[in-house]
Design a protein around this ligand. Structure first.
Ligand code: ZN
Length: 270
């Protein structure tokens, strides 16, 4: 399951193919969206932004395409006029003179007036995105103190997209390690310094992962979202059970928490 940084890099790739260029082909397979095809012809895509696992494609005419890939949907980039051979069904095609972006197999697709997109039920449910550059540690610390979050175990809370969107399983282990906090603690048990440290790490770790282009390839993570890279983001504890903790040399342990594997250093994380 790709996490926030991988989703955002995938969005960057499809955005780079089409943003700013007039659309020459606009196709929707959904009957309810057909009437938007002519309205979008000749318009430009301004931005493509992930929100959790949804993608918002914003056009320069005040409309925004909402798409959620769920389990099967996938975006592809192709040359203009090209349609890759696939058994998947094409649901959305947005094509400029140079490139096309093609959405296959997704069923959760809709078009909104841009100023109303936040009313989408999915966007109403998810928390602020850890990769939103305007999100500040103080706001995350305040969120940790909210009644609906403060009594929950951190191991489960850090996977809950309703708390913070864009978090995921490898980020959970790395964030808790960076903050020096044990996964079985609850926000209400943290003192102010710990809460501030956790809030910092909840933003710093995903942003570092996004900026350093790719993570060490790990078992169970989809290879097409990852790049092996010498200088890229390195897991310090995730997927490193039995290896020495980079901070203290104690052995990194693996447990299960909220149904997913979790890695920690019991000496560094209190
Ligand atoms: Zn340690």
């Amino acid at each position: 399951m790709p996490e926030g940084p991988e989703i955002r890099r995938a969005a960057d790739r499809i955005a780079a193919a089409v943003v700013g260029q007039p659309l020459r082909v606009v196709e929707f397979a959904f009957p309810g969206l057909k009437h938007y095809e002519s309205a979008l012809l000749g318009r430009r895509i301004e931005s493509i932004t992930p929100r959790g696992k949804a993608l918002l494609t914003r056009f320069d005419c005040g409309l925004t395409l909402y798409s959620h890939n769920q389990l099967y949907g996938v975006w592809r980039v192709a040359s203009a006029g090209e349609r890759p051979a696939t058994t998947r069904s094409l649901r959305v095609a947005l094509e400029t003179a140079r490139k096309a972006i093609l959405l296959y197999s997704a069923s959760d697709v809709s078009i909104w007036r841009s100023e109303e997109i936040e009313q989408h039920p999915f966007l109403q449910r998810i928390g602020p995105d850890v990769l939103d550059a305007t999100l500040q540690p103080e706001a995350v610390a305040a969120r940790l103190a909210l009644p609906r979050f403060r009594g929950r175990g951190l191991a489960a809370l850090l996977l809950d997209q309703g708390f913070l969107a864009g978090m995921g399983n490898y980020l959970r282990s790395e964030v808790l390690f960076e903050a020096g906090i044990a996964p079985d603690r609850r926000p209400r048990d943290l003192d102010d310094a710990e809460r501030a440290r956790l809030a910092e790490a909840l933003l710093a770790v995903p942003r570092r992962s996004y900026l350093t282009r790719g993570v060490r390839k790990a078992r169970g993570l989809r290879a097409d979202y990852l790049t092996d890279t010498a200088e890229g983001f390195r897991f310090r504890v995730f997927d490193r059970a039995g290896e020495p903790c980079p901070a203290c040399g104690e052995m990194v342990t693996r447990t299960e928490a909220a149904g997913r594997r979790l890695y920690a250093c019991d000496r560094c994380q209190r």
